[in-house]
Design a protein around this ligand. Sequence first.
Ligand SMILES: *Cc1c(COP(=O)(O)O)cnc(C)c1O
Length: 220
Amino acid sequence: MGNRESAYHGIRARIEAASADRPGDSGEVTLVAVSKRQPAEAIRALDELGQQDFGENYLQEAIDKQPELADLSLTWHFIGPIQSNKTRAIAAHFDWVHSVDRAKIARRLGEQRDPVMGPLNVLIQVNVDGEASKSGADPADVPDIVSACAEYPTLCLRGLMCIPRPGNTAAFAQLAALNASLAEPLPDLSMGMSGDFEAAIAEGATVVRVGTALFGPRDS
Ligand SMILES: *Cc1c(COP(=O)(O)O)cnc(C)c1O
């Protein structure tokens, strides 16, 4: 097995082991391979190993790579910060968006998503760290963003997402608790990256976003 192949199977095995360890029948964990700063060939190589879901942070970079991979049936996740002038392109080029952090962004995506494409899957990014990180909605604002998503049949609200600072694994339980406190808890929690995805799965992650551990270090 090549390096990439053994890294891929190693991550898959660790996800499976972490999922098996948690109580109850919590269902499958989706692995989003974070392919930012990786060339299209690296994505194609993982597709050949059976990987379906890919995550990108930078809109233009993703739009540049996607045509090279148009022969594959991949599921694209936008996981980067969203400027409001970029929502139309995000709605056109992605299947999932993990980083909706205000109602205005939800409404723009809802208006701009072409119904022919089917609903855009949405996760609300929450700032569970408080002041430690600047991106993500204040937990108190989540119900308003939930309501904004519900106005649009072109959006399918799936859950919550967080990017805590490294080492703050307590944030995973906080995100799960916030979800449980909603009037209608959502099915998905996108949390956990290369360094902490097992801790996130233990707290109920249904989606993990792994880059470095799959692809190796990014050039800048
Ligand atoms: C880069 C990134 C990841 C992956 O991080 P790694 O530490 O390389 O696994 C996950 N989520 C988001 C939002 C990212 O920007």
